[in-house]
Design a protein around this ligand. Structure first.
Ligand code: NCD
Length: 368
């Protein structure tokens, strides 16, 4: 039995298998209508959502299962001070699988450490969003016929855009993928993805702030919303939010075969006029997302039925720093969860570089 907190919790072979299952579900819908009969999904959404929550719920209902849950933290015991750890233990008594979205980075990981049922991360703060990545990968696969030999441009808020972080991590395992990072200086990719993923695996990448300059080179253009809710400085958000707007005019410079993706919701970063362009794939992405979530729920429930024992966590590995330093990231779950151990994994001990096990924020530590 295991959880999916990060896209790298799934191997490339497992992602291939999920894509095949999802494609089969699309082709043969009647073959799956009873697959989750008697099983319950709990959707624990502490942050707003339309697509992710409803697609998880539709996915479970379409497989004959049922759904319990909530869509806002204000209606739960969190308002009374209950921890994620306790909530997860409680929900494990009511459901067979959890999908959790939370504004604090690492919250679904804490849930997975405490629940006795599988937990799926449905988005944690500005950190990651693995099931959106599954939707993205199925869309790229269906539109371009491959997940390798691609030039992919990510445009907009690469700092707080959790869907970008997870998709880049996933793509780092495919052959010959070039990443073009298009953002203003203030919204550049965080170090744990730029250095910890892209540079570590030797992926080719380019950074620019000019969409027009690179749009003609792209197989995929992944547009994103500037994540207003995560800015500490609201004036900065107002200054940056309209930096990139994809228009029908700009699309004239793109390849005929390019696909435009966006995890949605869109604010104004893609003109509505682009929607009728056959290269606009963002509503197909929504459709595909439900099938990948169906495939994932089915896989995790089948694994849990075969082996209900929890996969051992490596959190208390002797290499890790345990309660030595505190996480510097104010959006990390360790800043609010009661009596949680502050755990840092070593990245480069000689240089004293460690990363928080929950949110991946970097901190320096020298033991002398
Ligand atoms: C994204 C998210 O929540 O991170 N939406 C989604 O899940 N499809 C993107 C966003 O909110 O901008």
């Amino acid at each position: 039995m295991r959880s999916v907190i990060d896209i790298l919790d799934l191997t490339v072979d497992e992602i291939d298998e999920l894509i095949s299952t999802a494609e089969d579900m699309i082709e043969n819908p009647s073959a799956y209508t009873e697959k989750c009969k008697g099983k319950k999904l709990a959707t624990l959404f502490f942050e707003p959502s339309t697509r992710t929550r409803l697609s998880f719920e539709a996915a479970m209902l379409e497989m004959g299962g049922s759904v319990i849950g909530f869509s806002q933290a204000s209606s739960t015991s969190t308002t009374k001070g209950e921890t994620i750890a306790d909530t997860s233990k409680v929900i494990s008594c009511y459901a067979d699988i959890i999908a959790m979205r939370h504004p604090k980075e690492g919250a679904p990981f804490v849930a997975s450490l405490n629940a006795s049922i599988p937990v799926i991360n449905a988005g944690d703060g500005g950190h990651c969003h693995p099931t959106q990545t599954l939707a993205d990968l199925l869309t790229i696969h269906r539109e371009q016929g491959r997940l390798n030999n691609l030039v992919i441009g990510f445009c907009g808020d690469l700092k707080y855009g959790r869907t970008v972080h997870s998709l880049i991590s996933a793509l780092s395992r495919y052959e010959n993928v070039t990443i073009i990072l298009i953002s203003p200086e203030e919204l550049k990719l965080p170090g744990y993805i730029k250095y910890g993923v892209i540079e570590k695996c030797g992926m080719k990448y380019v950074e620019t702030d000019d969409l027009d300059e690179v749009i003609g080179d792209l197989d995929i253009l992944y547009m994103t919303r500037v994540q207003g809710e995560r800015f500490v400085d609201k004036d900065e958000y107002l200054r940056l939010r309209d930096k990139y707007i994809l228009t029908a005019e700009k699309m004239k410079s793109a390849k005929e075969s390019m696909s435009v993706l966006h995890p949605l919701p869109r604010v104004n970063e893609i003109s509505v006029k682009v929607d009728s362009d056959p290269r606009a794939c963002y509503f197909k992405q929504v459709y595909n997302g439900k099938f990948m979530r169906r495939a994932l729920i089915l896989k995790l429930l089948s694994e849990a039925a075969q082996d209900p024992k929890k996969k051992e966590s490596d959190l208390y590995n002797s290499e890790n720093l345990i309660n030595v330093i505190k996480c510097p990231n104010s959006a990390c779950i360790t800043t609010t969860e009661q009596e949680i151990d502050h755990i840092f994994r070593p990245i480069d001990k000689a240089k004293g570089i460690y990363r928080c096990a929950y949110c991946e924020a970097k901190e320096k530590y020298f033991n002398n």
